[in-house]
Design a protein around this ligand. Structure first.
Ligand SMILES: [Fe+2]
Length: 445
């Protein structure tokens, strides 16, 4: 089936502005191809073929011009809807997992729920890992094993535990953050069933690593980064890209040439933050990109967070009680918490986040509330139901129950937050950009 695309006039106008061309000029150049006098008011009438001609003319892919499926404020899937997404996975000759998908907007990557079926007496076969970072939570009802390498040791063979204490069991189990290409697999640790929720989200460097660089650039980048610390490689390149030599830096920042050369060649030689700041001030670059960052992780790069550690983070938060799950500064977009709902109010809209999020109802029967364009919505939710909520959306829960919440950056990500911080007069940009139909500043007639 061929999709019928429709031009989005705001996107179309933006690309006319970016290409510094006008509708009049475009119509003139395409008069033998389009057979249609295009305007911003009639562009939605153009068929797929016409859109492809305009996209080719503007040297962009079709999806830069066409309407997207609108992102909803929330999605809800009942337990029975989730069970309909079940698909068995055969691995190592056995029925290894059942996969279920949690609700998410079209085009988004979604968390998955897995039944762990590999029996306890069989060493589970590893996967190959994946670029996308992930958070995984042991959801019970029983403990399972998690394996992270061919060689087994305390970091690579773990009893992935479930919290059995009835006083705190809304904190369902242990969790861990998994970095790029960390191999992993699971088996049962008992004769009973075990489940996990795994959120493998989108990687912010996916495009860079797949399509943006040509083969020659990629190969050279790999070569110069090899055995080096990446933020130092980037600083050295930044210095040279802006037309400075290490000799210039040495003289102007007052450090010996030997010291600065050693810093770029030897991982064990350091520069003080003050010197780095002086270098960045001299070349007028953002020091935050180049500062040394420490990450909390083990020998395979993962950050394991036992449920007992989660229990230590129990705190009151707005109308709820929450406890953190594993999260890492390596990928701030992924975070979450266990949540206990216990209030008698009829409506609450006290949750408002800078990221979109998934909720998995882990216990109870209670109510979900959301405000959308001054309309108040309420839905009943119960154990096993799942929700997705957009960023910057007032919502809340009333009644008695518990949830697992996992947030991610697919709605608005860490890189975009850095870019916003750097954008001049951002609030003005935010105001102006919504449905912006202004041209780049030429006379229309
Ligand atoms: Fe995975």
């Amino acid at each position: 089936m061929i999709n019928n695309y429709e031009i989005d006039k705001v996107k179309f106008n933006r690309w006319l502005n970016i290409r510094k061309t006008t509708i009049k000029h475009l119509n003139f150049d395409l008069k033998n191809k389009l057979n249609f006098n295009l305007s911003l008011d009639n562009c939605h009438e153009l068929d797929n073929y016409g859109i492809s001609i305009v996209a080719e003319y503007l040297e962009i892919s079709i999806n830069k011009l066409t309407k997207e499926v609108p992102i909803p404020s929330f999605l809800i899937s009942k337990k029975k809807d989730i069970s309909k997404t079940k698909r068995p996975i055969i691995k190592d000759g056995i029925h290894f997992y059942n996969y279920y998908t949690l609700p998410t907007p079209k085009g988004y990557i979604s968390p998955v729920l897995l039944d762990i079926l590999c029996p306890k007496n069989k060493l589970p076969k590893l996967n190959n890992g994946h670029l996308e970072p992930a958070i995984t939570i042991s959801m019970g009802p029983n403990d399972i094993y998690a394996r992270f390498s061919k060689k087994l040791n305390k970091d690579t063979w773990i009893k992935f535990k479930v919290n059995k204490n009835p006083k705190t069991d809304w904190i369902i189990g242990s969790s861990y953050f998994e970095p790029s290409f960390c191999t992993h697999t699971y088996s049962r640790a008992t004769n009973g069933p075990g489940r996990i929720i795994s959120y493998t989200t989108r990687s912010n460097i996916e495009n860079l690593l797949s399509t943006k660089l040509n083969k020659n650039s990629y190969k050279n980048f790999y070569k110069i980064s090899k055995n080096k610390i990446i933020n130092r490689t980037l600083l050295k390149l930044e210095i040279e890209t802006k037309g400075y030599s290490l000799e210039n830096i040495s003289k102007r920042v007052n450090i010996s040439l030997k010291t600065i050369k050693e810093f770029f060649h030897n991982k064990n030689k350091n520069l003080s933050n003050k010197t780095l700041k002086n270098i960045c001030n001299y070349i007028n670059s953002d020091i935050n990109l180049f500062l040394k960052t420490k990450f909390n992780e083990d020998s395979v790069g993962k950050l394991y967070f036992d449920y007992k550690k989660s229990i230590k983070t129990i705190r009151d938060f707005k109308s709820y009680c929450v406890a953190s799950i594993a999260n890492s500064k390596r990928f701030p977009d992924l975070s979450g918490y266990f949540m206990k709902v216990s209030n008698k109010k009829s409506q609450i809209y006290d949750l408002f986040d800078s990221k979109c999020c998934h909720y998995f109802v882990t216990g109870g029967k209670f109510k979900f509330h959301l405000k959308e364009n001054n309309k108040n919505l309420s839905r009943n939710v119960g154990e096993g139901d799942c929700l997705w909520v957009s960023a910057f959306t007032y919502h809340g829960f009333t009644g008695n129950g518990s949830l697992l919440k996992i947030s991610d950056g697919q709605n608005i990500n860490y890189m975009e937050k850095i870019e916003m911080k750097n954008t001049y007069n951002f609030n003005n940009v935010l105001k102006r950009s919504e449905n912006d139909m202004q041209n780049w500043g030429y006379d229309e007639n």
